[in-house]
Each structure stands twice: as C-alpha cells, then as structure tokens.
Design a protein around this ligand. Structure first.
Ligand code: AHR
Length: 515
C-alpha cells in the first residue's frame, strides 16, 4: 500500500500546551493505596510513596495530574484528608463502594506532585458540596498565612502555599450515577458561582467546567450549551471525557471484515467529531455573548476501558457486609490494539492542539492504568504507557498540519478512514521534527513517502516501533515486557528522500534532526 504524507514548515496548527500529556489519579481501587502510596513496600520513601512508581511517572515527564476524582470527588469532604493521619476519619466512598481511610490526602498529593515534578489539577466537590467548601479549600491551599485555613495548612507542616493553579469544578455532573447529579442549568449556575468565589480570592487561577461525560449522553451537546451559557465568562475550559470499548476483544478472527478489530481503531474519527462539536458549541456561546474571551477544552479523562467491566459491575452490585479498602477493580490489562488506539487518540489531540489544551490519560496507576503494580512487589508499564511516553517526551513544540494520501477503508464507526494515522511536531529550539504514526491496516505494509516542504532534514535521530504478532498480548506481572518499543530501521533517508515501510498494526515513532 502506497501512502504519501505532506508537511510544510509554515502550516502550523498551534503551539502545543504540554499539559495534553497529563494523567489522572483517583481514589478508586488500588490507584492510590498500593499504587502511588504503600508505606510498607520495600521501595517506598519516607512519605510512603512507591519510588518505583515515581520513577515510571517521572520517565513520562508528566506535566500535570488531576486528582482526587472522578466520581469519588462528588461525595468527598476535602477536610477529611488533612491534618494528622491518626485523626483522619474513615468514610464510605459511595462512588466505588469502598472504604476510604484518608491516609493519603491533599498534602500528600501535593508532596507527591513536587517529587515527580508535575503540576496538580485539583477537582472540587460540586455534588454534595458547593461554594463554601470551594472558597475554603482554595484559602487552605493558596493563601500565604494569617487566616484560619492558611494558618491550619502551616500548622499541618506546609509553610509555603501550594499555589494550585488548575481547578476542576466538579466531575461529570451530567451523569445520573453522580452523587449530587444536576441539570445543566443547575450545574452551570453552581459552577459560575463557585468560580466567582474562587476568583474573588485569585483571578489568575484556571477553572474547568464539566462538559458531558460521553458524547453518547442524550443531553450532549445541549449540556455544553447550557453550562457555557451560565458560566462562559467565569471559566477557562470545558471538560471532555471518553472511554472506548472493543466489543470484539474475544475474537481472534481477523477475517471478520467490518467487525474485525480494525473497527476499533477508527474510534479516533468519532473523537475528532466530538471535539469539533464541542468547539462549535464554545464558538456559538462566544458569539451569542459577543465575548472576546476564548474557552478551550480540557480532555481530562480518556482511555480504553472494557477488560475489567464485568468484575467492576459484580463489585458494585454485590450486597457487601463490609466495604473493602483498595479493592482491585478497573484493573484493565491493555493489549497491542489498545496501544494503537491510544496512539491515534494522542494524534487527535496534537492535531487539535489549537483547542485541546489539557488532556489526562485516565488513569495513571492500577485503575484503567498506564502503570500497574503488585502489592509488595513489582511495577510495570502497560502497553498504553508507550504512546504517551513518546508524545510527552517528543511532542512538545508546534503541531504541523499534515496532508495524508492513503488508501481508505470503512468500518461501523466511520467511512473513508485512512489506513495511516499521523501527527507531527516541530521543535524550533531543538531543530527537531517528530512523527507519530499508526498503521491501522491488519494485512498490509504501508510504504510511506514523505514530502516535507521547507523542512531540511539533517538526519534521523531515532526510530522506534511497537508491534507484535499477537495483537491481544498484554504486559502482565509475569510478562511485563511483552509489548515494548524496539529500535528499527524501517525509516530511511537517502538522496533527500525520507521513506518508511510500516508493518500492519504498528505504531512508529520517528525523530529527525533539521538543518
Ligand atoms: O475513570 C473512572 C471514572 O470514569 C471516573 O471516576 C469518572 O469520572 C468516569 O466516569
């Protein structure tokens, strides 16, 4: 299959906000306890933070982490999670039917963020709480001293303010499952008033209003329209969430045509439409209000999520006498197809970097994870870790608008889908150009030729590939390196021609030095 990819130095989409390579840590399952926090683990530091996990997070150059939920946050009292640990109450978490001991709380999260060099994004509870809790937590976190809440923080051992810049105004408030679910009007008003109070404290913070929890919600996109109508001038971002399932996951029949696993890899086409629809809604409200202000998108939850659903439902439907702590739910083990899907999702964020400014892989550890751990044992990278790794390390700079001439195919999700999906990022300071490419074809190699206008290549610095003969293989505790990137030589640069011969169902990362 012949494919042509065209790029031009002057055709820039946008400067990329590095926070599109963020992640998410929720008090859910073993994400916090046995994930980032396990004081008895032999490789934990003086705070009880697992050093092996911190190393894997640091390797990602993680720019931002959203916390503490998720559905969890909608019935969470932030005050439970501060002060001496022995005084913190154990509560029942209604979202995930678990016991929350609050041993790891607000100050531990900030300490952990500083250690892994990431920016905190803190979600407040607009389910059971409201403006009062919002004004108090921001005073606790960000005021230097001389007030009730700031002095309490100092008493708790944190002299310097945390200076949390990014705040989410609740979570998925459109969802019936949410404790304190609201109509779009009710939520839009509350988000506006909470934002107003928080901005009276500090006008420079950045605030995210909840968009829809999926584009399949019956209230989408009317939810966005109403919420933005109520809150446009007081928020900076509207959130988007999306999880994908591969219903053919048990099929190893690669001849199923429309219902083959290739179907799964066209989900990024729907994602593009979802982003464009939200962007249109933002623009509609901006015009309606004759506003000069721009609201952007925080895509603060995305991931494949299907391998562990049955076990989660069993837990949530069980008639439990006692609620467990750190129950191992949502522990998906991701395969090669999931890795390729995440590659196309990250490409979609890069290709929409003019409007998508924040994105958080949901989640970071153990729960629909990038990283998995064994209690008292090892940690390892899931297959979805790797596309995030390449994008985060080498996808900083400006995104280039690409033209791709590729053979196409149709699936249940979309027609005329290019077999080749790609994004490109130029870094003018480092004089580098990076490509992130996925071959969606199940059968054919893609012979890719590059037409790069005004982009003078000096040499190929790096080329790595992720593929496997078994597309359903996962990285597990017994085989943690089943799917790993490998150095390759499939990309060549000779006589001023850049070419790549990309095998079926593979992810390719190429980094070029420019003259
Ligand atoms: O990430 C898991 C859950 O998915 C989050 O708690 C919620 O926001 C979403 O529905």
């Amino acid at each position: 299959m012949q494919v042509r990819l065209v790029a031009h130095k002057d055709y820039i989409i946008s400067k990329i906000d590095k926070r599109i390579y963020g992640s998410f840590l929720e008090h859910l399952g073993r994400a916090v306890y046995e994930g980032v926090y396990e004081p008895k683990h032999p490789d934990s530091d003086e705070n009880g933070f697992r050093k092996d996990v911190m190393n894997l997070v640091s390797d990602l150059h993680m720019p931002a982490v959203r916390y503490p939920g998720g559905n969890f946050v909608s019935a969470f009292n932030w005050e439970d999670s501060i002060g001496p640990k022995e005084n913190r109450p154990t509560r029942l978490d209604l979202a995930w039917k678990s016991k929350e001991t609050n041993e790891f709380g607000l100050n531990e999260f900030i300490t952990w963020c500083r250690k892994v060099n990431t920016e905190p994004i803190y979600a407040i509870n607009l389910g059971t709480r409201g403006i009062d809790a919002a004004r108090n937590i921001i005073e606790y976190c960000n005021h230097p001293s001389g007030s009730y809440w700031s002095d309490l923080r100092i008493k708790h051992g944190f002299k310097e303010p945390h200076n949390i810049k990014m705040w989410c105004l609740g979570n998925e408030m459109d969802g019936e499952w949410q404790v304190g679910h609201k109509t779009a009007y009710e939520y839009g008003r509350l988000a506006h008033e909470a934002a107003k109070a928080m901005r009276l404290f500090d006008k420079n913070i950045e605030l995210v209003a909840c968009g829809s929890s999926q584009d399949t919600m019956s209230t989408f996109p009317e939810w966005e329209r109403e919420v933005l109508d109520q809150s446009y001038e007081s928020v900076d971002y509207i959130s988007m969430h999306k999880y994908w399932s591969n219903s053919d996951k048990r099929s190893d029949d690669r001849e199923l045509g429309k219902h083959s696993t290739t179907n799964y890899l066209t989900n990024s086409i729907g994602l593009q439409k979802y982003i464009s629809d939200v962007e249109s809604t933002i623009n509609f409200i901006k015009s309606k209000k004759r506003s000069k202000k721009d609201v952007k998108i925080s895509f603060d939850e995305y991931q494949p999520w299907y391998h562990s659903i049955e076990f989660m439902n069993e837990h949530l439907n069980a008639d439990l006498k006692d609620w467990p702590k750190a129950h191992p739910i949502l522990e998906d083990q991701y395969n090669l197809l999931d890795c390729l899907l995440v590659g196309t999702v990250l490409n979609t964020f890069i290709n929409n970097s003019h409007i998508v400014k924040i994105a958080c892989m949901a989640q970071l550890v153990n729960v629909i994870p990038a990283i998995s751990t064994v209690k008292n044992g090892i940690s390892w990278r899931q297959s979805v870790y790797y596309p995030l790794y390449f994008a985060s390390l080498y996808g900083r700079g400006e995104s280039l608008k690409l033209k791709i001439d590729s053979p196409k195919y149709s699936s249940d999700n979309a027609d005329d889908v290019d077999f080749i999906d790609a994004s490109a990022v130029i870094n003018n300071e480092e004089k580098t150009l990076s490509f992130f490419i996925i071959n969606r074809s199940e059968k054919e190699n893609s012979e890719l030729s590059f037409d790069l206008y005004n982009l003078d290549i000096e040499k190929i610095i790096d080329q790595q590939i992720i593929n496997h003969e078994n597309i359903y293989i996962s990285n597990t505790k017994d085989n943690p390196n089943a799917i790993i990137p490998k150095n390759t030589t499939i990309v060549s640069y000779q006589n001023n021609e850049l070419k790549a011969d990309i095998p079926p169902l593979s992810y390719l990362f190429v980094r070029l030095k420019l003259k």
